[in-house]
Ligand binder design. Structure first.
Ligand code: HEM
Length: 322
């Protein structure tokens, strides 16, 4: 097609597009005429992005700590980006399901393999000092981490494992939310007092989490999987991808993360208190939390040993790295 013809047909398509929404194409062409050329730094808001690392101390490693949390939150956003498309999907297309689940696993893989930046990439002396300027903030307050759980599995699977059998989808979102595992982890068992970290988090995010939980009730990723045609549900590639997602989200990432807590906060005679006030040695281990997004995909043996195997061979070396 000659250049003039091509431009003419593009203008016709634009005219069609704008006419359909009651708009006049020539005004938009004027806009195009005056519009500045886009630059990379404008497109990704680079200056804003690079202005978001604001340390509270002069310890140089604090910027590594801030940036790696921000990198993780962007990966959590990528994971949510795919989860939302899976939850909203009406096609029940198997390839789409496998493709998107595989993408989510690649994001977790990046997080799990890069967590060494936190475990080995900072000076312990610096960390133990600048972390005191962060109280009572904690990654415990990562709302995207909680949102991933709500999009992935029904809320009754997130109830604290000691009470989980007493709850089902018959319970309201509000009832289930009161018994969600992480609240118990940040509540003093004797006094029943919630940590300030938890109170701050609940005050800011409870409305959003309740809204999301109601929006995805009955159509979380787990529900979507169960609603697939039998042939798709039994597809070994899909089952493998979903089991891998469950392990990445609820065993592999929590364990590498716990590795950093052991590196910096573990002590011969106990542990350093966490900034969020949880008893982290009792709260963080995946074998204690027993969060499982897709229980029916795992064998009894896998469920009984959830998060245990990895500990044996993973943590002994980390312990020796003091
Ligand atoms: C030196 C590195 C780190 C250490 C020592 C550390 C330590 C801890 C501790 C002790 C807790 C328990 C809650 C509390 O009482 O504060 C916690 C929770 C948490 N942290 Fe970290 N953390 C580190 C890095 C990160 C990073 C980079 C992220 C990424 C966003 C993160 C996200 C989380 C999340 C989501 C929780 C809640 C986990 C759960 O509910 O199971 N942490 N962290």
């Amino acid at each position: 097609m000659e250049k003039d013809e091509r431009i003419a047909s593009q203008i016709n398509k634009l005219e069609e597009k704008f006419k359909n929404s009651g708009q006049d194409v020539s005004s938009y062409l004027d806009g195009l005429l005056y519009q500045r050329y886009l630059t990379y730094w404008d497109y990704i808001h680079l200056d804003t992005l690079l202005s978001l690392q604001v340390p509270r101390t002069y310890f140089p490693d604090e910027e590594i700590f801030i940036m790696y949390h921000q990198i993780t939150e962007l990966y959590f956003k990528l994971i949510l980006h795919e989860l939302k498309q899976l939850v909203d999907d009406k096609s029940q297309d198997l390839d789409f399901f496998i493709e998107r689940t595989t993408r989510i696993n690649s994001y977790y893989q990046a997080l799990v393999t890069s967590f060494g930046i936190m475990i080995k990439g900072m000076e312990k002396e610096q960390f133990l000092r600048y972390r005191m300027a962060l109280l009572p903030a904690s990654g415990f307050q990562s709302v995207q981490y909680r949102m991933i759980e709500l999009y992935a599995t029904p809320m009754e699977n997130l109830v604290h494992h000691t009470e989980r059998t007493h709850f089902s989808e018959e319970h309201t979102v509000e009832e289930l939310y009161e018994h969600i595992y992480w609240k118990k982890g940040a509540t003093d068992l004797q006094s029943g007092e919630k940590t300030l970290t938890l109170k701050q988090f609940e005050y800011r995010y409870t409305p959003r989490l309740i809204r999301i939980a109601k929006q995805v009730k009955g159509r979380t990723l787990y529900h979507k999987f169960k609603a697939l045609p039998e042939a798709s549900r039994n597809n070994p590639q899909l089952i493998d991808a979903l089991k891998k997602l469950d392990h990445n989200a609820n065993i592999n990432w929590p364990l590498v993360h716990m590795g950093s807590a052991y590196r910096y906060l573990d002590r011969e005679n106990g542990a350093v208190n966490a900034t969020g006030g949880t008893n982290w040695k009792d709260f963080l281990p995946p074998s204690f939390q027993k969060i499982i997004f897709f229980p029916t995909l795992h064998t009894k043996e896998e469920l009984d040993n959830w998060g245990k195997h990895w500990v044996e061979h993973t943590f002994s070396p980390l312990h020796n790295q003091k």
